[in-house]
Design a protein around this ligand. Structure first.
Ligand code: ADP
Length: 480
C-alpha cells in the first residue's frame, strides 16, 4: 500500500449517521482500500465510535484546541478494518449526534478541521503521514485553508461537496479563535458576504474539488450554486463530478438480514412477502395488488416533499398506499402526521430515524418517491433500484444521472428503470405518478421488466473508487 489518504468528516455508518455522507464515509474508503490505497479516517470521538474502534491508543496530545479543552487523537480501527483516528475532546463531542446544536459548532468543527490539517502536515507521530487530506462538506472544509495558508511543504487537499446547501456561515469575529489570519477575510479568501464561510474556504483553498454526481457538478455552476457559482466557475478546471455508489455488503436484498425474507432478481416473486409484511408493520391493509409507494427522506426543503403533500388527494382517489419514513422540518412532520390521521387506511407515517424500516421500505414498496428540488447524488433511489422499488424522481443532480425514465422508447429498448419528471410542481409529479400507476395496473409485465432492469444495474463503489484514485494520482503528479 503506497498512496496514503486521510479522510476527514463527521459521519460514519452505522455509528454516526444523519444522511448519505455517513454511507459514503464508510463505503468509499473500503473500496479505495480494495484498490490498494492506504486510507485512514478522522472523525470526532463520539461515544459510539470510541466503542466501535476499540482498543484505542493515544497517538497525539494537542493541548487546548479552540476552547474545547484538552484534545487528544486516538487511533483504533473501524469494524471494516480501516484505521480510524478519533479527535477526543469531550467538551465538544460527548453525544452521538453528529450535528448537536450549540453555539460552539464553528469551534467544534474548526477543531476537527485543524486536527485534519495537523495530521496531514505532521503525521500521527507513529510514522504515518498522508499525501492527500480529503475532506467532506463544510465541517472539515477549513483544513485545506489551514494547510494552504501554512505554506509548503504540505499534503495536497481534496474537498468533496456532498451538499452545497449547507455552508457553515459564521460571524467574522471567529477568525482569531479559529486561528485564521485576518488577511484571509476577503472575497478571495474565507469571506462570504460579510460572514466567515467554512465551505467557501474549502472551495478557495482545496487543490481539487469533487461533488457527488456529474449533473450536480454542472448545476452548481449556475442557479444551484447557492451564491458560490461564481467561485465554482473560476475553479471549474479543478472540479469534477463522481457519482456515489452502493455498498453491496450492506445493500443486497439476497443477503439483507433486515428484510423478512431474502429475494433476488432471479426470484422476484419472493419479494411479495416483504410487501405484505411491510403493509402489516405499518398498519395498512395487506393487499398484494394495492400499489404501495414510499418515501425515505430527511424532511428538508430541498427534498420537495411538499409536492407529495399537495398530491395526497391523488393517493386517496387512486387507491394507492403511501408509506413515509423521515424526520426534520417540524411543519412537514406535522403535515404528514395529519395526513396519516385523516387517512389511516391509505397513509402510514413514521417520524424518526429507523435503519431497519428503511430497508424494509426499499424491499417491500412498489415505488419510491424522490421529488427533490435539489439532489447532489441521492442514495435512496439507488437503494430502491437495487431492491426493486421503482423510483419516481425529479430530473436533478444524481437523480437525473441514475434513473432512466420509462418513455415509450426507453421502455421498448429495455433501458427504463423508473419515472422522471422535470418541473418542481405538484402537477408534474402527478403526471409521473399517473404514468407509474398506469404501468403498474395495466402493463404489469412491463413493470416487472423495469424492476429486473433496475435490480440488474451495477452501482457498486469500484468504479467511483477508481475515479477518485485517478484524481489523486493526477493531483500528485501535477505541478500546481
Ligand atoms: P441526504 O444525504 O441528503 O439525506 P441521500 O439520499 O444521499 O440524502 O442519503 C440518505 C441516506 O439516509 C440513505 O441511506 C437513507 O436510507 C437514509 N435515511 C434518510 N432518512 C432516514 C430515516 N428517517 N431513517 C433511516 N434512514 C434514513
Amino acid at each position: 500500500m503506497n498512496l496514503r489518504i486521510l479522510f476527514a468528516g463527521t459521519e460514519l455508518f452505522p455509528f454516526v449517521k444523519a444522511g448519505g455522507l455517513g454511507d459514503v464515509m464508510a463505503a468509499l474508503p473500503k473500496a479505495l482500500r480494495a484498490l490498494g490505497v492506504d486510507v485512514r479516517l478522522l472523525l470526532p470521538a463520539h461515544p459510539a465510535l470510541k466503542q466501535a474502534a476499540a482498543p484505542l491508543e493515544t497517538v497525539l496530545t494537542l493541548g487546548d484546541l479552540m476552547g474545547g479543552g484538552e484534545a487528544r487523537v486516538l487511533l483504533g480501527r473501524c469494524p471494516a478494518g480501516l484505521p480510524l483516528y478519533l479527535l477526543d475532546q469531550p467538551a465538544f463531542f460527548h453525544t452521538d449526534a453528529p450535528y448537536a446544536p450549540g453555539g460552539d459548532m464553528p469551534l467544534r468543527f474548526g477543531s476537527l478541521a485543524w486536527t485534519a490539517a495537523h495530521l496531514g502536515r505532521h503525521g500521527d507521530g507513529q510514522g504515518w503521514k498522508p499525501a492527500i487530506v480529503h475532506v467532506h462538506d463544510w465541517h472539515t472544509a477549513l483544513a485545506p485553508a489551514y494547510l494552504a495558508l501554512g505554506g509548503e511543504p504540505r499534503p495536497r487537499t481534496v474537498l468533496t461537496i456532498h451538499n452545497l446547501a449547507y455552508q457553515g456561515l459564521f460571524p467574522p469575529d471567529l477568525l482569531a479563535p479559529l486561528g485564521l489570519p485576518a488577511a484571509c477575510f476577503q472575497p478571495d479568501g474565507v469571506e462570504f458576504y460579510g460572514k466567515l464561510g467554512f465551505l467557501k474556504a474549502g472551495l478557495v483553498y482545496a487543490d481539487r474539488i469533487t461533488t457527488v454526481s456529474p449533473t450536480y457538478a454542472r448545476e452548481i455552476l449556475g442557479p444551484a450554486g447557492e451564491g458560490l457559482e461564481g467561485l465554482l466557475r473560476l475553479r471549474n478546471g479543478r472540479l469534477r463530478g463522481i457519482l456515489n455508489g452502493v455498498d453491496g455488503d450492506i445493500w443486497n436484498p439476497a443477503t439483507d438480514p433486515l428484510l423478512p425474507r431474502p429475494f433476488s432478481l432471479e426470484d422476484l416473486p419472493a419479494r411479495l412477502p416483504a410487501k405484505l409484511a411491510l403493509q402489516r408493520e405499518l398498519g395498512l391493509r395487506e393487499a398484494p395488488d394495492t400499489p404501495l409507494f414510499s418515501v425515505v427522506s430527511r424532511f428538508a426543503p430541498q427534498k420537495g416533499l411538499d409536492l407529495i403533500l399537495e398530491n395526497l388527494p391523488w393517493f386517496q382517489a387512486q387507491g394507492v398506499q403511501l408509506a413515509v419514513l423521515g424526520q426534520g422540518d417540524p411543519d412537514l412532520e406535522a403535515r404528514f402526521l395529519a395526513a396519516a390521521r385523516l387517512h389511516p387506511e391509505r397513509v402510514a407515517v413514521r417520524i424518526g430515524f429507523d435503519e431497519g424500516l428503511s430497508h424494509r421500505l426499499y424491499g417491500g414498496a412498489d415505488a419510491l418517491l424522490v421529488p427533490s428540488r435539489r439532489e447532489p447524488c441521492g442514495l435512496t433511489q439507488l437503494y430502491a433500484l437495487r431492491y426493486g422499488a421503482l423510483p419516481v424522481v425529479r430530473a436533478t443532480g444524481g437523480l437525473a444521472d441514475t434513473v432512466v425514465d420509462a418513455t415509450p422508447e426507453a421502455t421498448r429498448e429495455g433501458r427504463a428503470t423508473g419515472f422522471v419528471f422535470g418541473e418542481a410542481s405538484p402537477g408534474a409529479l402527478k403526471e409521473a405518478l399517473d404514468r407509474a400507476l398506469s404501468l403498474y395496473r395495466n402493463r404489469h409485465d412491463t413493470w416487472v421488466d423495469l424492476q429486473r432492469r433496475a435490480m440488474a444495474q451495477d452501482f457498486g463503489w469500484t468504479q467511483p473508487a477508481r475515479q477518485y484514485l485517478e484524481l489523486y494520482e493526477a493531483l500528485l503528479a501535477s505541478v500546481d
